[in-house]
Design a protein. Sequence first.
Length: 82
Amino acid sequence: NSRTTQIFINTANNYFLDAQGFGPIGEVLPAGFGYGGMEVVDAFYGGYGERPDQGRIREQGGEYLEGNFPKLSYFVKAEFVE
């Protein structure tokens, strides 16, 4: 149980991350075809900034997040699209 996952959704060209090993794994599709577009990303709550503590997330998981960050946005589904 030592793995963690973070997903970055870049809203600008952050090419400097490429050299740090952050390779792209996908893209936000345009709205339509049953999917939302960037308007969905723009609706994510960003008011907490960098405040969630990564160590406490690893130790306490969702209980820590739900108890301390009630406005946090969550992914409930992700799928591969060809």
